[in-house]
Design a protein around this ligand. Structure first.
Ligand code: CU
Length: 350
């Protein structure tokens, strides 16, 4: 271990240890005695749990196991990912403002590394990471009160944090405002993340992690939902003409800011940085999703066809994997779009 890395590691551990001193007070203030208890409905991307639909607060139990498994980054490319719940990104968790959320976290006995969780929805030390540094086979738990509505990232916060995040340890938790969100026809979960492999993009076989590329912020893969093509072909997102689609878009990073865009659509509403309780921005072409941040976008699908989801830092979409699609079915709408004379010289449309 290089000296700079060792010093950094000690600083992080000291910070976490210092933060843990304040935990008792925080646990007492979480309270919530007498609340009805519910088990969180968790979904793997691109699915989103149904609206909370609850008048009052509840104690929501979230059971999460952290595992280290082999996954597919692209056709013929394998990689050892580290996960919440066995998938990259981890499960989508949906709760309501005022809830007490109990996180029961377990690190699978087959893991080789300690892991933890920092939820950006938490008001408390390390977002939970101060009390959840768990070795292989260990379990821990904490609870927190959701004080702020919004769409929040969660991630592992065990040193080397950039490595743990780059290996896939991130996901989204939605804290609905009182009264919930307006109903839409379809909701999907899309989360961007980078992978730093020793081999170049699409080099075949089992790939090792490259820390130097991570340090230099030069990923070989920038993908939606854990792998190239996770939202393409038979895994495309779907909608019908006239429907409104809401995308919960997160960015695990660990390093890059996403310029999220849907080719051929304009976002009718953008809840910038996941600020769902405020007024959305209207009529947006491309929106930024910070590393460790999220955004909610809504669009009415007016015209049938194929719409591509991209990070408009476009080489990431075309060469590195940040490409998905929504197939919109229904009758042509020549009043909005129609071809007058089609070209045949390319494969077209970005
Ligand atoms: Cu971890």
């Amino acid at each position: 271990m290089k000296k700079a890395m060792a010093v950094g590691f000690i600083a992080v551990v000291m910070a976490l240890t210092a933060a843990a001193g304040g935990v008792k007070l925080w646990a007492q203030s979480a309270g919530g005695a007498g609340l009805p208890e519910v088990k969180a409905i968790r979904t793997a991307a691109p699915q989103v749990p149904p609206p909370v639909d609850r008048q009052g607060a509840a104690r929501v139990i979230v059971n999460l196991e952290m595992t280290e498994v082999t996954a597919t980054l692209a056709d013929g490319v394998k990689y050892g990912v580290w996960t919440f719940g066995g998938t990259v990104p981890g499960p989508f968790v949906r709760v309501r403002v005022g809830d007490i959320v109990q996180i029961n976290l377990k690190n699978h006995h087959g893991s080789r590394n300690p892991h933890s969780i920092d939820l950006h929805a938490v008001t408390g030390p390390g977002g939970g990471a101060a009390v959840t540094q768990l070795g292989p086979g260990q379990a821990g738990a904490f609870e927190f009160k959701t004080l702020n509505p919004g769409l929040f990232v969660y991630h592992c916060a065990t040193p080397s944090v950039p490595m743990h995040i780059a290996n896939g340890m991130y996901g989204l938790i939605l804290v609905e405002p009182e009264g919930g969100l307006a109903r839409v026809d379809r909701e999907y979960y899309v989360m961007q993340g980078e992978f730093y492999t020793k081999g170049k993009t699409l080099a075949q076989g089992m790939q090792a992690y490259d820390h130097e590329k991570n340090r230099n912020e030069r990923p070989e893969y920038v993908v939606f939902n854990g792998r190239m093509g996770a939202l393409l072909g038979d895994k495309t997102l779907k909608a019908n003409v006239g429907e409104t689609v809401r995308l919960f878009v997160g960015n695990g990073g660990p390093n890059l800011i996403s310029s999220f865009h849907v080719i051929g659509e304009i976002f009718d509403a953008v809840y910038t940085e996941g600020a769902i309780s405020g007024q959305p921005a209207r009529n947006i072409q491309t929106t930024l999703v910070p590393a460790g941040g999220a955004v909610v976008v809504e669009m009415k699908m007016d015209v049938p066809g194929r719409y591509l989801l991209v990070d408009h830092s476009i080489v990431r979409a075309m060469d590195k994997g940040a490409l998905g699609s929504i197939e919109v079915a229904g009758a042509e709408q020549p009043g909005i779009f129609r071809a007058l004379k089609s070209g045949t010289g390319g494969t077209g449309g970005h």
